[in-house]
Design a protein around this ligand. Sequence first.
Ligand code: F6R
Length: 607
Amino acid sequence: MCGIVGYVGFRPVLPVILDGLKKLEYRGYDSAGIVLFGQDLSIVKKQGKIARLEQELAGMQLEGQMGIGHTRWATHGVPSDENAHPHLDCSGRLALVHNGIIENYLELKTDLLESGHHFRSETDTEVIVHLVEEKLKTRPSLLEAVLAAAADLHGSFALAIASQQYPGRIVAVRRESPLVLGLGQGENFLASDIPALLPYTKDIVILSNNQVAELTREAVRVFSMDGQELQPEPVRIDWDARLAEKGGFEHFMLKEIHEQPQVIKDTLVGHIDLVNQQILLPELPDEILSKIRQISITACGTAFHAGICGKTWIEEWAGVPVEVEIASEFRYRQRPFLPDSLAVVISQSGETADTLAALRRFKEMGMPVFAITNTFGSSVTRESDWVLTTKAGPEIAVASTKAYSTQILSLLLLALRLAQIKGSQPPERLQEITRELQRLPLLCDQVLQLESRVQEYAYRLRTLDDYFILGRGLDYATSLEGALKLKEISYVHCEAYAAGELKHGPLALITAGKQVCLLATQNELLAKVASNLKEVKARGAEVLVLAGTNGSVGLEGDEIWQLPATFDLFSPLLAIIPLQLFAYYMAKEKGCDIDQPRNLAKSVTVE
Ligand code: F6R
């Protein structure tokens, strides 16, 4: 999705803007542009990567103490230099960037054309800059013109607007699409996401929906849409700026895969009573947990897969029935709920449009909502009743890895805490599990030792274009997530199947030489998995077995990767790591753009 950066202050503005845009590259984009305000207004925009924009800028003498930058993810109009942001008004003195979609842009455009405005692009965004230009004819300030224009817009938008006529002043607006402000001394910043601001400040104001901000060097003022001044509470972000750097790894994705032992450790902090070896879940009151009779989980993509894993844990350990539904389906469907149901939404970004819409539907139905998210201050955090913030830290690679691990760990904590409260498991058993849980970071470290074998396997399979991942029970959830990783970054077609489903159709696709991965981490299901292995081997498939505690007992894989011994219920946290690594190395073999795969955005803030 689009990224926005704005700066007003004493530093050379261009490096601040370009550096910020690079920090937002992970969001996915197809073009980039900047506008600087000095003696003159300078605007440069280019289709393609930021490197192309930099090439264009090389040798130009641009100056100014204020600027705005943008990375565009095309929605209305093809990726091109003309459609890239910023967009200018007819006078060429007012510039604007936008993230989101303006639903009523055609009506507005018709009116603006009739009033004599001249359009240069095919975007929905350009109507906003002309609309602000129109409002400025009768409003005394940029802020008031922007407020008046925002009142006419339908849809989702984060905007940054500045004008040569109002030097040293940027106006920013947030409706649905995220926007944060960074507070400095004699300088202030704005951006779509916090990592763009971390090198300069850790004092952040997270704009809420329907808020407008005015930034000058000296001050940041925030207003409601009706112009009332508000007193927002800044938050201090404890993320280290280095977390948003590659730290010696070739790609963010590889770095983030390797951070999993640490983020699991961080997420466990505060969730274990070491004296009594019990799970703590301070984020969700015990009175609520004890009443729950049904849980409904909704999320998108990787977070949805986390939900499937959570369902298995919660049903098996706490005996509470769980429904898991894709947010984009749930939001348009009628679904009955039992009294005392709890809604759980899962979202790394906390800004996914479909997940937010699902959350709002739950609230309309009167259901309390528990959120699992990685982004403090996001819309999901602000609209939910209770929030567990995962401690994955900034996840920059578009493909989610460490955020997934912390999401499933959070669901496991929920399952075990529910089991404790409801008395559905013997206390000694739960204590044993709690003790073993603390070994998880170490076990993840051990799994990472498989890396060179995974790399060799990816090299051997480098011409792969079709792959199958099979699993039963908890392994089924892992297979779904493993398949998504392979598809999204290496573009290899991959099907995940509940292994028992194979004979109901997809077995037709298993022919000599097909590559299959079979997850076999659940001892109770080992005999069943062994017959699935025979089924595919009999048809000539080559099989990689990802084996759990009992190893490859009875399983004749062509390649076997052994996970460290632990309780079977922890396998989703371990088995996903080699599958993430496999997707990574396969994408590398194929020369793909690993951190920014095609057609995929980090934070999907439009429907
Ligand atoms: C895949 C991936 C996406 C996201 C999905 C939901 O690697 O990252 O499938 O999981 O777009 O995003 P969040 O969790 O931010 O709501």
